[in-house]
Ligand binder design. Structure first.
Ligand SMILES: Nc1ncnc2c1ncn2[C@@H]1O[C@H](COP(=O)(O)OP(=O)(O)O)[C@@H](O)[C@H]1O
Ligand SMILES: Cc1cn([C@H]2C[C@H](O)[C@@H](COP(=O)(O)O)O2)c(=O)[nH]c1=O
Length: 225
């Protein structure tokens, strides 16, 4: 039976990489997929991972109808075994309904990838609808880490390394500072404790994992002698 699966997590946890791996493995076995994205950092009509993989994709902008696109494709004699949508957090609730309709009415698997919450810890519209409708919601296994070493569960937006809480929900960008450095909007993944305290690596003065904040003493035996 076809399914709607939502692979979610923070920024930088490997979602696009997994999307491209699924695409690679399925196409290697002769399955035909349609790949969609919206507002990828690499530009329109592209799906890119930080591991360097890039693939072409159909840009599913505002007003794009996934169900109509598939019906047209099939009517024209095309084949579709599965659908991948990256940056699905940016989709509208109606577009996610169309994805569910593709699964139920056309019996095509849909694998959606996206971050769950925005820089203010609120659900994106696309992610909210995916959580409501998906047959399965998967949290990615490769966790991103907060500067303190704890699992990063939240996305912070930063300006010059400092967390900001005002601004538009959608600002396309990357982990770290923008290319021009000062004043550029960037993102940093944090654990909830540090997101709540608005404590980024820069504001905490941390150059890397702060080992003394981890409860490692109990796990690592003290050296003998
Ligand atoms: N130089 C590198 N060497 C090994 N792994 C890397 C490197 N750069 C990035 N990664 C991996 O890529 C992941 C980010 O993958 P990506 O698909 O771009 O994430 P997402 O789509 O979730 O934002 C990182 O969590 C890390 O595991
Ligand atoms: C938290 C947050 C993120 N974004 C943008 C920033 C990136 O362009 C994407 C996430 O991409 P990734 O492949 O998962 O790293 O979302 C945003 O617009 N608003 C936010 O609050």
């Amino acid at each position: 039976m076809a399914e709607l699966a939502f692979f979610s997590g923070t920024m930088d946890c490997g979602k696009s990489t997994l999307a491209l791996q699924i695409q690679h493995n399925r196409s290697a076995r002769g399955l035909a997929g349609l790949i969609f994205t919206r507002n990828d950092r690499a530009g329109e009509g592209r799906i890119s991972s930080r591991l360097g993989l890039v693939s072409e994709a159909v840009e599913a902008g505002e007003g794009f109808d996934f169900h109509r696109h598939l019906v047209r494709h099939l009517t024209a004699g095309g084949r579709v075994d599965y659908v991948i949508t990256d940056e699905s957090q940016f989709l509208s609730s109606e577009q996610v309904d169309q994805l569910a309709r593709i699964v139920d009415d056309l019996s095509v698997d849909v694998y959606a990838f996206g971050i769950t919450t925005d820089f203010r810890t609120r659900l994106f519209p696309g992610s909210q609808r995916l959580i409501e409708l998906a047959d399965r919601v998967e949290t990615l296994q490769v966790e991103a880490l907060c500067w303190c070493g704890a699992r990063a569960t939240h996305n912070a937006r930063t300006v010059e390394g400092r967390m900001v809480v005002e601004g538009a929900q959608v600002v396309v960008g990357d982990i770290g500072q923008g290319p021009d450095g000062a004043g550029e909007t960037g993102y940093e993944v944090l654990c909830r404790r540090h997101h709540r305290r608005r404590l980024t690596a820069a504001s905490a003065g941390s150059g890397g994992i702060a080992h003394d904040t981890l409860p490692l003493d109990a796990a690592v035996p003290a050296p003998r002698g």
